[in-house]
Structures are given as structure tokens and as C-alpha cells.
Design a protein around this ligand. Structure first.
Ligand code: AMP
Ligand code: MG
Length: 184
């Protein structure tokens, strides 16, 4: 299917995590899908959304709450991952649209979890890695984190770092700045 290039779907997931390995019987699961729709023509950020996802095989550790601010009570109000994937497909045309994230983590987490839970992968085949794009456009010897990228671009880190919706919003600002550079 031809890719729709009118907008880029910028995604940032948060997942259950621990200081080290997961406790026996648990595995890392998506708990928040943050998204921001970046308009390609204007490079404006059109929409910001946070979809909370209820984990089924893990619980929120104190470490995870310290990192993301998300609590067990909050994510229990979330939707099943299957529903979240349907929202991406139906409301955001994720299968046809170009999607982007900062690094390869989000893509890997989606692929692994959809496979493990036998859920249809909500995206098409392509993926834009903003972390790599940032590094090569700036001729950096290695990739840097989102906060460093924002600082180098003299852009503010808006909202709460490690909340998916805010991370997606900020990553979209990095991507918009890179694309603006190409158009000069
Ligand atoms: P981020 O988009 O940087 O907020 O990270 C996405 C997810 O990666 C988090 O929700 C955690 O599951 C995991 N993660 C990020 N940083 C750490 C860390 N320092 N230790 C363990 N897991 C992490
Ligand atoms: Mg994040």
C-alpha cells in the first residue's frame, strides 16, 4: 500500500521496567503510547495524545513510577494493547502513514509484544529513526538522547520527560527542526 506522507506519526512508548531484570514471571509491557502528529507541509505539531495501556503480565515497580511518574492505579485505567493498536490503525492510519520514534526501542517493543501476544502489528513496514537522523545530520560520532538533541537545537524540553505524550511532542519538535533545515 502506498505510504501517506501528509503527516508523520511520532510515537513514544513507556513500558514496565525494573532496576535490573524483570521479576520471575513478568516481562516488560507497553503502558503508555504517546503520539504527536507532525504536519509535513507546515511542520507544525497537530495533535498530542497519551494512550494509557493496561499491562497483563507485569506490574508497575517503584523504579518504573520514579522514571515515568505512572502508577499501577493509573495504568489499570488504561485500555488493552489490542484496543490501543486499533486506535493507531483506525484513527491515525498507522499502517499507511510514515511513523517515527527516537531510537529503535519503540519499534522493537511493539514488534516483540505484538508477536508475543499474537496481536496484529499496527504499523506498516517503514520506520523513521529520529535519533539516527539527528546524529548524522549533526555529524556526531554517536547517537545522543532526546534531551541532548533538544538542548543542541536550543529547544525546550516541554512537559515531563519519560511520559510518552510529552516525549512524542518533544521528539516531533526535533524532527521538525531537522526537516526545516533540509528545506532552507
Ligand atoms: P523513554 O522513552 O526514554 O521514556 O523510555 C521508554 C521506556 O524505556 C521506559 O518506559 C522504560 O521501560 C525503559 N527505560 C528507559 N530508561 C530506563 C532506565 N534507565 N532503566 C530501565 N528502563 C528504562
Ligand atoms: Mg518516553
Amino acid at each position: 500500500m502506498a505510504k501517506r506522507l501528509d503527516a508523520i506519526l511520532v510515537i513514544d512508548v513507556e513500558a514496565t521496567c525494573w532496576e535490573g531484570e524483570p521479576p520471575p514471571g513478568q516481562s516488560s509491557e507497553i503502558i503508555e503510547i504517546g503520539l504527536c502528529v507532525l504536519d509535513v507541509a507546515t511542520l507544525e505539531r497537530r495533535e498530542q495524545r497519551s494512550i494509557l495501556v493496561r499491562p497483563e503480565q507485569s506490574t508497575i515497580s517503584p523504579f518504573c513510577t520514579a522514571l515515568t511518574t505512572l502508577t499501577q492505579a493509573q495504568v489499570e485505567q488504561g485500555v488493552p494493547l489490542r484496543t490501543a493498536c486499533e486506535i493507531l490503525k483506525d484513527e491515525y492510519k498507522a499502517r499507511q502513514r510514515l511513523w517515527a520514534s527516537y531510537g529503535d526501542y519503540d519499534r522493537g517493543q511493539f514488534e516483540a509484544e505484538c508477536q508475543r501476544k499474537d496481536l496484529p502489528y499496527p504499523f506498516g513496514r517503514g520506520h523513521l529513526n529520529v535519533k539516527t537522523l539527528f546524529a548524522i545530520t549533526h555529524a556526531l560520532p554517536r547517537e545522543v538522547g532526546m534531551a541532548q538533541a533538544l538542548a543542541r537545537l536550543e529547544l525546550p524540553l516541554e512537559g515531563t520527560h519519560h511520559r510518552g505524550g510529552d516525549d512524542a511532542w518533544n521528539i516531533a519538535a526535533v524532527l521538525a527542526a531537522l526537516l526545516r533545515g533540509y528545506r532552507r
